[in-house]
Design a binder for this molecule. Structure first.
Ligand code: P70
Length: 460
């Protein structure tokens, strides 16, 4: 076998372990009822394998932990801030950095500064917090992702791409003045962790430049996006993930960032922007909502850990093992004919709940049902990404009915082993075999904002 054909394996070994409780079926049933069939309301202690999210659940390296001891906890001008700022400039290439406590802090600042009431913000599929901040600032979100993204079976390699035709039509329809920026997410979480190609980013840059529209990237998983470009896009196989990331960012004007994903930490984020004026406003506004502009809600040690995490995140071997583990789980499910979103995404495997439960209408919450049944079976916690997550239209008050009705098995970085993936696949396959028995759920409590976090359900 050629050296380059061999299996991936983690480029690290384990130094510290955290015991997990081995839970029972009776315990799952009790916990599930108490949590109102919402996996967000389960206690972590009641979970065996936690695939709720890859957000803030990363394991840090010894080098990052060593950095935690180097925290400069000065109120102003911490050396860790300058290290973080330089690292972001070097790896992502943006000029100005405003630190925030996490991604939605950056989304809040960006939306408040750039959006005027009545504006329109196009994006390659919505993300929950991102769209809400745009709406709270007075904008309407318009989805301009390619149609393939809405079809779980379509195998196109770049299902995160922006449909440039939809984008042009929107510019003609509402006028460029009403579009402060395009929100370009790479990868696209709600589409199944699907990437955007370099060619698409470049073409979007050319189109928006003609109209004076900015591109603000959601860079939360842009390193995973860069890895997919290396693997799938002609001309990039010999470039490093690090080089590809920087080129991709060069077609955009700035980014919001949830540091809790790619950058391998448990908390943190930032807003990056090349424009001087927007930067000055953001640096001013951050002191109102987050903290001084040299910490933005993070401790000095958090900023140091994130700076070091960025350096580790772009290593090719890290990315190969990271995405390799997600693909390992996904391929086991494909072999067992379990319906999942294809191609397999960067941070998660997405189960197609509509295909599991054709007997349920979308109002009976198929994905919420599947997430609950999966937890009941084996204590594996997943996340609903369907109608509950999509929420309601703020104007009409009606449910959004997303085409995708998914359950996300999200893999934390450097946390679980291949054996955990095996156990997870066995449980998913069992739940799939019992699919005819599912009767759906009824929502009995619905909060106003981001309802999926706190909603409660009962079995029908
Ligand atoms: C997840 C997390 C966070 C996120 C993201 C993208 C593409 C921004 C953010 C916000 C956590 C989450 C958030 C809302 C609903 C469910 C889960 N995604 N952009 O699990 O960043 O959380 O740091 O404020 O994926 O996917 P932050």
């Amino acid at each position: 076998m050629g050296r380059d054909k061999r299996s991936w394996a983690e480029p690290w070994k384990v130094k510290v372990v955290e015991p997990i409780k081995m839970t029972t079926l009776a315990e799952h049933r009790r916990a599930l009822t108490e949590a109102g069939y919402n996996t967000f309301l389960l206690r972590s202690e009641d979970v065996y394998i936690d695939l709720l999210t890859d957000s803030g659940t990363n394991a840090m390296s010894d080098w990052q932990w060593a950095g935690m001891m180097m925290g400069d906890e000065a109120y102003a001008g911490s050396r860790n801030f300058y290290n973080l700022e330089n690292t972001i400039r070097e790896y992502y290439g943006f000029r100005h950095i405003v630190p925030t406590h996490q991604g939605r802090g950056a989304e809040h600042l960006l939306s408040q500064i750039m959006i005027k009431p009545g504006d329109v913000v196009p994006g390659n599929m919505y993300f929950t917090t991102t769209r809400l901040h745009q709406e709270l600032a007075g904008a309407t979100f318009v989805d301009v992702i390619v149609d393939e993204a809405h079809n779980p079976c379509d195998e196109s390699p770049f299902k995160g791409n922006v449909d440039l035709g939809k984008m042009e039509d929107l510019i003609v329809k509402v006028g460029a003045k009403k579009i402060p920026y395009v929100c370009l997410a790479a990868t696209v979480n709600m589409a199944g962790g699907q990437p955007v190609s370099m060619a698409n980013a470049k073409a979007l840059r050319e189109l928006t430049a003609k109209h004076g529209i900015k591109i603000m990237m959601d860079a939360t998983r842009a390193v995973e996006n860069a890895y997919f470009i290396q693997q799938r896009e002609p001309g990039y196989a010999d470039k490093t993930v690090r080089e590809i990331l920087k080129e991709f960012c060069s077609y955009t004007d700035g980014c919001t960032m949830s540091g809790k994903k790619d950058p391998l930490v448990n908390i943190g984020g930032w807003l990056a922007i090349n424009d001087e004026t927007i930067f000055e406003e953001a640096r001013n506004l951050v002191v109102v909502y987050e903290g001084l502009h040299t910490y933005g809600g993070m401790a000095g040690r958090d900023m140091e850990a994130m700076a070091r995490g960025i350096v580790e995140s772009v290593q090719d071997d890290h990315m190969r093992a990271r995405v390799g583990q997600v693909e390992y789980l996904g391929n086991m499910l494909i072999e067992a004919d379990v319906p999942i979103v294809r191609p397999i995404g960067g941070h998660a495997v997405y189960l197609d709940a509509r295909a599991f439960y054709p007997q349920l209408t979308q109002d009976q919450f198929p994905a919420q049902t599947l997430a609950a049944l999966l937890y009941e079976d084996a204590g594996v916690r997943a996340m609903e990404r369907g109608i509950v997550s999509a929420g309601r239209d703020p104007k009409t008050g009606k449910h959004h009915y997303p085409k995708l009705e998914l359950v996300r098995l999200t893999i934390p970085r450097r946390v679980y082993t291949q054996a955990h993936m095996d156990v997870t696949a066995e449980s998913v396959i069992e739940v799939y075999e019992n699919r005819k028995k599912a009767t759906g759920l009824k929502m009995i409590y619905e909060p106003k904002y981001l309802r999926f976090f706190q909603a409660r359900f009962e079995v029908i």
